[in-house]
Design a protein around this ligand. Structure first.
Ligand code: EPZ
Length: 426
């Protein structure tokens, strides 16, 4: 087992290159199942979730290789069954449903479980794949979907779900006729998927708006592509630069994907320089509080809520953090309280009263972004922190420790076995 040791108090200074977006590349990998032949995808982060998705694709008959951020896929004959363990391990595996249903006419996956941040049902995926003509049976924790040929129709999403939008969009590329998705999610990763699919021969229009039109085609080919930068990784580093009172530049970013965070950091009083594909933030020891309300894009990103809440722990005043996307995304709060933060949670709202300092201690990450928040807290705290539950962090941040060390972060991995395991070894 590994844990992270973080020595706080050192300002982060220098430049970090941001990796390709986890929440885009996983969908591009699923979308390749709609095509045939060889794909080369650039700027792919070497993170656990990508390797898990490689496992899913390989089990479906795809040859996959990731070398130096370049992912090569060879899509030939496919099977429609995804391995139980891989789907359990990563919720994003359900993104193969739409492509396989459209390509093969059948797919069988295990029902994804919930996770630390919420129940995360897939009712919107299933309801609307049925509207496209799929026969979907759920039994004994498995979902089996069949369809001779999907038929395009008008879809209205009850909630602008990112995954449901992507699954429906992909399924509709090979459906008969036209599909329109109303109240579609507008995340940049969906625009990335549209561009990738259109380069494969699909006819999709409107991604990035709340209405996406897909004209079905008979078949799709392949393409070479480069993933958009990871806006959540970039935002996480900007917050780390601010809270450590450093001067940090993130490069290989698309600033328009971060307008909400940039606006909030300016409201806090931080100075930001925004260039074509980089952003520089200058930290300060006294900064204002600010309130946030997480919403689907272009609202404040829920995936930056834990990191931003951590920043407000040291503001000169109180901040109200409201989480509207997930039912229980405050797993980081208890741990931050152990470091001396003053936070009151009531339902989906957290009131953070700024304190003078945080103190390093041992904390546990409950999920990916909570883990990032605890690393940020450790970098700003007085003294040393040790962070367990780091397997969550490795899912979504490529070379996090190397990147932080390169800009002055005092952080390192340490091997350890839990006391329980030691006791059992005796
Ligand atoms: C994607 O998850 C991201 N994951 C999440 O990032 C991100 O938080 C989320 O979009 C919102 O931006 C990937 O892209 C791999 P949703 P997804 O469907 O598609 C409810 C991270 O940290 N819902 O928009 O699962 C759901 O319960 C991760 O990188 C239904 O009720 O998000 C949640 O409350 C965490 N029924 C809300 O919608 C459904 O059928 C948002 O879910 C689907 C979703």
């Amino acid at each position: 087992m590994r844990k992270l040791l973080v020595e706080g108090g050192n300002p982060l200074k220098g430049t970090v290159r941001i990796s390709g977006a986890k929440n885009s590349v996983l969908k591009l990998m699923a979308a390749s199942l709609l095509g045939t032949g060889k794909f080369e995808i650039g700027d792919v982060p070497a993170i656990k979730d990508v390797y898990t998705m490689i496992g899913v694709l390989e089990s479906l008959g795809v040859k996959a290789k990731l070398i130096d951020s370049k992912l090569t896929l060879e899509v030939g004959e496919l099977t429609g069954v995804t391995p139980t363990d891989l789907v359990q391990e990563m919720r994003a595996s359900i993104q193969v449903m739409g492509p396989l249903l459209a390509r093969l006419g059948w797919v069988r996956i295990t029902k994804p479980g919930g996770c630390a941040i919420g129940d995360r049902p897939i009712d919107l995926h299933l309801k609307n794949l049925r509207k496209l003509g799929a026969d979907i049976q759920e039994e004994h924790g498995f979902i089996t979907a069949r369809a001779k040929r999907l038929v395009g129709c008008e879809i209205v999403l009850d909630f602008p779900s990112v995954g449901a939008t992507e699954n429906i969009m992909m399924a509709a590329t090979l459906a008969e006729g036209t599909t329109v998705i109303h109240n579609a999610a507008r995340e940049p990763e969906i625009v990335d998927a549209q561009n990738f699919l259109n380069q494969m021969g699909a006819k999709i229009f409107g991604a990035g708006s709340n209405s996406i039109t897909i004209h079905g085609v008979d078949s799709l080919g392949n393409t070479n592509y480069r993933v958009i930068p990871d806006r959540i990784e970039a935002g996480s580093f900007l917050i780390a630069g601010a809270i450590t009172q450093g001067k940090l530049t993130v490069e290989n970013v698309i600033p328009q994907h971060l307008v909400h965070l940039i606006d909030k950091l300016k409201e806090n009083g931080f100075e930001l320089e925004v260039a074509a594909n980089s952003i520089t933030i200058t930290g300060r020891n006294k900064f204002y509080p600010a309130n946030i309300l997480t919403l689907p894009y272009p609202g404040f990103a829920t995936d930056l809520q834990p990191q931003y809440l951590t920043l407000t722990c040291l503001a000169q005043g109180s901040s109200l953090i409201r989480e509207t996307v997930y039912s229980r995304r405050f797993g980081h709060v208890e741990e931050l309280r152990r470091m001396g933060a003053n936070i009151e949670v009531d339902g989906n709202a957290a009131l953070v009263r700024g304190v003078k300092e945080l103190s390093g201690t041992s904390v546990r990450a409950s999920d990916l972004r909570a883990g990032a928040a605890l690393v940020i807290a450790g970098l700003a705290a007085n003294g040393q922190s040790e962070i367990t539950g780091v397997e969550h962090i490795e899912r979504g941040y490529e070379k996090l420790v190397d990147k932080l060390q390169a800009v002055g972060g005092r952080i390192r991995w340490e091997e350890w076995t839990s006391h329980f395991l030691k006791e059992n070894e005796k």
